[in-house]
Design a protein around this ligand. Structure first.
Ligand SMILES: Nc1nc2c(ncn2[C@@H]2O[C@H](COP(=O)(O)OP(=O)(O)OP(=O)(O)O)[C@@H](O)[C@H]2O)c(=O)[nH]1
Ligand SMILES: [Mg+2]
Length: 299
């Protein structure tokens, strides 16, 4: 083994926490790429998603996870299991809380990962919304919780991000390069396209509709150089939801589609013809074969 291999540090760093605290926003900020979709709605992330940062001496693999909540459907159970599976074999655990909206349940997160013997960081996110003096009682309330470090950060403004990166680098064990340098996520093209479409649905739709949406990308075909045709189904739970998703004279679906197309074009660096179809699949969130076809099964 040569010296460079011996001094290489690497590891998996999982972000866990309640829904909507900013786990995905933070990973996007740390990686500097859009790894994971973000929305103001809770339960945006449904799968384990990796974001990778590599340099000459280290590789950090960030693990995005679904928000921890009480599951009510098989999809919810899958998300809960995903969180538990995602922390197996990790090297550093980061628990995020929303410092602008501290909740008693924030204290229930770490005990759920009791067995893990590794560095544990508490990240108080969204400090751009909080005055420093309001952070003090939150920090004090975690004094005996068993964290190795408590750090106020803002995934949005960037506050505390450099400190977080250097603390992570300091705590990384020696290890191999797990992924090639140029890779910044483990998702394939189809998964990223499906997630972009779901993000635009989450951003455009209100109330309970977005939570019942699933996206299946049926085809991605380069019809000629620089033009890609994409077909995707949007699943929803009820006929009434379909009416809302399509919107008056198709306006809602059109705006979801055109926003998604812009992001997909940037991703593929090609013009995109995006065909979206809305399908009603009652109970898909509790149906094993629907969940499988949407990729919500067996990580
Ligand atoms: N003001 C502010 N907003 C933030 C910050 N970080 C995230 N947000 C916002 O919080 C909302 C939720 O962010 P996400 O990154 O989707 O949160 P998450 O924890 O991944 O949520 P789930 O995937 O649902 O568990 C979005 O509207 C973000 O823009 C921050 O540092 N400051
Ligand atoms: Mg998320």
């Amino acid at each position: 083994m040569d010296n460079s291999t011996q001094s290489f540090h690497s590891g998996f760093v999982a972000m866990v926490g309640r829904p909507n605290v900013g786990k995905s926003t933070l990973i996007n900020r740390l990686v500097g790429e859009k790894v994971s979709i973000v929305s103001p709605k809770p339960q945006t992330t449904r799968n384990r998603i990796l974001g990778i940062v590599s340099d000459e001496s280290s590789q950090i693999v960030f693990v995005d996870t679904p928000g921890i909540h009480r599951p009510r459907t098989k999809l919810g159970e899958y998300m809960e299991k995903t969180v538990q599976d995602s922390v197996q074999g990790i090297d550093i655990l980061c628990v995020l809380i929303d410092a602008a909206r501290p909740r008693p349940e924030d204290h229930d997160i770490l005990p759920g990962f009791e067995g893990l013997k590794l560095p544990k960081f508490l990240l108080l996110n969204k400090t751009d919304l909080v005055s420093p003096k309001d952070l003090l009682p939150i920090i004090a309330s975690f004094a005996d919780a068993g964290f190795d470090m408590v750090l106020p950060i803002s995934a949005r403004s960037g506050e505390g991000i450099d400190t977080l990166m250097s603390e992570i680098r300091r705590s990384l064990p020696q290890g191999p390069k797990y992924y090639p340098d140029e890779l910044w996520t483990d998702q394939n093209e189809r998964q990223m396209i499906a997630e972009i479409i779901r993000e635009k649905a989450l951003l455009n739709l209100r109330d309970e509709v977005p939570h019942g949406i699933g996206v299946e990308v049926l085809g991605v075909k380069e019809v000629r150089e620089g033009l890609t045709e994409i077909h995707a189904d949007l699943y929803c739970e009820r006929a009434s939801h379909k009416t809302i998703i399509v919107g008056r004279r198709g306006e809602m679906l059109k705006s979801i589609g055109s926003q998604a197309r812009a992001d997909i074009e940037a991703l593929l660096d090609a013009q995109v013809n995006l065909q979206l179809w809305v399908k009603v699949r009652p109970g898909w969130m509790d149906n094993n074969s629907d969940l499988k076809s949407l990729g919500y099964w067996e990580n």
